[in-house]
Every structure is written in structure tokens, then in C-alpha cells.
Write a protein that binds this ligand. Structure first.
Ligand code: VGL
Ligand code: ZN
Length: 196
């Protein structure tokens, strides 16, 4: 069983969104072209309460992209994004939801961020994604989505840790910072990720 995992294809990460990823919308038609090749398609959704700790607006005298220490974890402070129930948290309006069998929400705990679709950043709580994939006998995941250098990257690391065979769909990701992502890609190849 092979699963297409689409990370955070949400309005706030698209051009014009509050945490826009350059050319993020370009991945949508590419995803549509490849969806039919998979047994299952799963999507993750960044889904923060308004008082989320990752928002700069919730810290006095801080601005977006400042870095703070949060109980020993480095936390980048972001502009408010993907607030539960807002338009920015919705999926790109063109995304074909019909082939998608599960939506995994993450970042719902106000006190901790969750870049990966599998765990929060402290690896304290699971989202249920690994269990779902195992229940449907999925051994192989192909990962795409936004942002390549944040949530896609951390989702890939956890997919490896959970024992899945992992491929990165390099044409179907866009990064906040593409130089950073090129370096990350080299590490991923060394860890056994296939770039396809
Ligand atoms: C993301 C920053 C904060 C992402 C989510 O989906 O890459 N980045 N929250
Ligand atoms: Zn977020």
C-alpha cells in the first residue's frame, strides 16, 4: 500500500496568505496529476487555537520570525496563521478533496507547536497518523506540500522514524527559504529518503 501525504495545503501558506510560501499554489495542479496513482491520499491541516504559543502576537515585545526558547525547545514565532475555523486554515479552494480518506489536524495544543504530521515538536503526543497508516497496511509514503523547509521536512523525519519507506515528491513542494531546503534535501538523501 502506497500513500500520498499532502502536508498543509492551506490558504495561509498560499500567495496572499498570512504566512505565504512563494509559489505555494503551484503544487495544486501537480498534486491533481499524481493523486490517481495512489491507493490512499491523506492530508494534514495546521489547526491552531487563537492563543497558540507559536504566534508572535501572543508574546509581548516579539515580532514574527523572532526566535524564543520554549521549555528548552527553540521556537520560531510566526505571524498568526491557520487559526481554527478561519478562511486561512481552509485548504486551497481548488484542492480535490474527493480522493482524500483522512484529514489529520495538528498544532491544536495552545502550548506546543507541531511541524510534523506525526508528533508535536516535543515528541510528547501523537496525532494518530502513524497508527492510521499502519491500520490501512501502508508501508510507503510519498510526501508533498508546504512548507518544504518546515512541516514537510519534519514530517519526513518522523515518517522515517516510524519505519515507513519515504519518498519526497520534489516538484510538489515549495519552501519558505529554498536555500535552506536544498541543504535539508542533502541530509534527507543520506537518511534514506528517495527524491522522486
Ligand atoms: C508551517 C510554520 C508554522 C508549515 C506551519 O506548514 O510549514 N510552518 N506552522
Ligand atoms: Zn503553524
Amino acid at each position: 500500500m502506497k500513500t500520498l501525504l499532502i502536508v498543509d495545503p492551506q490558504q495561509d501558506f498560499m500567495p496572499g496568505g498570512s504566512l505565504e510560501v512563494p509559489k505555494g499554489d503551484e503544487i495544486i495542479p501537480i498534486i491533481h496529476r499524481i493523486m490517481k496513482k495512489y491507493d490512499t491520499c491523506v492530508v494534514t491541516q495546521d489547526w491552531h487555537p487563537k492563543n497558540h504559543v507559536s504566534f508572535a502576537s501572543n508574546h509581548a515585545q516579539k515580532k514574527p520570525f523572532d526566535i524564543i526558547d520554549l521549555k528548552g525547545l527553540q521556537q520560531i514565532l510566526w505571524p498568526d496563521h491557520c487559526v481554527q475555523g478561519t478562511k486561512g486554515a481552509d485548504f486551497h479552494p481548488a484542492l480535490n478533496m474527493k480522493p482524500i480518506s483522512a484529514i489529520i489536524r495538528k498544532g491544536t495544543d495552545p502550548h506546543i507547536d507541531s511541524y510534523s504530521g506525526f508528533y508535536d515538536n516535543g515528541h510528547l503526543k501523537k496525532t494518530g497518523l502513524a497508527g492510521y497508516l499502519r491500520d490501512i497496511s501502508c508501508k510507503e509514503v510519498h510526501i508533498c506540500g508546504l512548507a518544504a523547509d518546515v512541516c514537510v521536512y519534519y514530517t519526513i523525519l518522523d515518517a522515517l522514524k516510524e519505519g515507513f519507506s519515504v519518498s519526497l515528491l520534489q516538484d510538489a513542494v515549495r519552501a519558505l527559504d529554498s536555500d535552506t531546503f536544498e541543504k535539508m534535501k542533502k541530509d534527507l538523501i543520506e537518511m534514506g529518503v528517495k527524491i522522486i
